[in-house]
Design a protein around this ligand. Structure first.
Ligand SMILES: Cc1ncc(COP(=O)(O)O)c(C=O)c1O
Length: 388
């Protein structure tokens, strides 16, 4: 096989990681100049910054006025786990899992909380479980967008509007990139480091009025650490949802979150974010269509994520090899692109089938993805020529 030509044009911004994701276009540390540093987060100035994150997030996402929104410790994992620990146990629960993060929530509920009335509805990488099996009398825990398989739920139509149970939705790779049907969701979580390319460590937690009612009525059978406590003596701790965080946040990260939210407002709000993610996905889809050795991991087009786009290698040269060889080849491919400085962090997640994962959220420029595709082809050719 003759070597393919090495491309000359490089992506301007080779950051395609699925978290922490690329900073917004034009970001520099100067964006943090207004940070409220060296001050208490309980000072008037500190609280105003925290409240600004809450208000801007609510407005951009169109969160209903009667839903609470708060900043919590421990990033998205912290937000999800505080919801699981605080809310579950009052009803049976359906756990939906189709990739590594959903499976992690199953482990929490089955092995840590040891709930008895649990149904695990799972599916292999690339597929969704049967959403028609959801029972509105039970609680449901699910990820809106499975970041490690690139499979998302297509919409919220499968969630009963008149449900009795709560829907607890890990939306970290979906919020700010996809429409979320707030009326079908009771707990919604995400973290700053995802779609808006913010700094890590802080989680966002949104609660519907029904979730608040559960918090106030239900006493979990297990102890809850201070870091996870959302209610005290049967009352919601309202301060958390006004910017009085449970423990000390980084006001540098807060400033960065504000910067990303201001950028969203400048470019046109949520529709612009969704438009950018969809344009990135369309560019990837055209390339996949034209490239015989690669395909989407997500089998059903309606479930393909526009943010965490997971791709599998499908040509027989690859698929006829032993699993360990396949894993090594996929890693070599990602490593070669990193060495060339054209794409960082695009290997599949460690528990996922070997392949590539390209982030297509709004902070990524379509032109950078387009500049990357010839490099992907060149790198795959190189690997094929050099692998015995
Ligand atoms: C769907 C999903 N849930 C949870 C997490 C964990 O997020 P964090 O590291 O912000 O806690 C991630 C991170 O990639 C994710 O994609």
């Amino acid at each position: 096989m003759s070597p393919s030509q090495k491309p000359t044009r490089q992506p301007h911004w080779p950051f395609f990681s699925s978290g922490p994701c690329a900073k917004r276009p034009g970001w520099s540390p100067a964006a943090l100049e207004g940070a409220c540093l060296g001050r208490s987060h309980r000072s008037k100035a500190g609280k105003a910054k925290l409240a600004e994150v809450l208000e801007r997030s609510r407005a951009i996402l169109g969160i209903p006025a009667d839903y609470r929104i708060g900043i919590v410790p421990g990033s998205d994992t912290g937000a999800v786990e505080m919801a699981l620990w605080s809310l579950l146990g009052a009803r049976g629960v359906d756990m939906l899992a189709w990739e590594s993060f959903g499976k992690g929530w199953v482990t929490d509920v089955v092995k840590q909380l040891r709930l008895k009335d649990v149904r695990v509805l799972d599916a292999p990488y690339g597929q969704l479980p049967d959403l028609a099996r959801i029972d509105g009398d039970r609680d449901v825990v699910f990820t809106w967008n499975g970041t490690t398989s690139g499979v998302r739920v297509p919409d919220g139509a499968w969630i009963p509007a008149d449900r009795k149970g709560l829907t607890i939705c890990d939306a970290t790779s979906a919020a700010f990139a996809m429409e979320l049907p707030w009326d079908r969701l009771d707990v919604i979580t995400w973290s700053w480091q995802k779609v808006l390319g913010g700094e890590a460590g802080h989680g966002m937690l949104v609660l519907s009025p029904r979730a608040v009612a559960r918090l106030e009525a239900h006493r979990p059978a297990w102890p809850i650490p201070k870091l996870f406590q959302l209610a005290k003596d049967g009352k919601l701790i309202e301060g958390i949802f006004r910017g009085e965080t449970i423990n000390t946040p980084s006001l540098l990260c807060v400033e960065d979150a504000i910067d990303s939210l201001r950028w969203v407002e400048e470019i046109g709000g949520l529709p612009a974010l969704i438009g950018r993610a969809n344009a990135n996905f369309a560019a990837i889809a055209s390339w996949v269509e034209a490239t015989p050795w690669i395909d989407f991991l997500a089998e059903n087009p309606a479930t393909r994520s526009p943010t965490s786009v997971c791709l599998k290698l499908v040509d027989p040269w690859f698929t006829t090899r032993k699993p360990a060889d396949q894993a090594r080849i996929a890693k070599d491919l990602a490593a070669l692109l990193e060495t060339e400085g054209v794409a960082y962090d695009i290997g599949a997640y460690r528990d996922a089938p070997p392949g590539l994962r390209l982030w297509g959220g709004a902070t990524v420029e379509t032109a950078d993805l387009e500049a990357l595709f010839p490099w992907l082809e060149w790198a795959y050719d190189e690997i094929r020529r050099n692998t015995p």
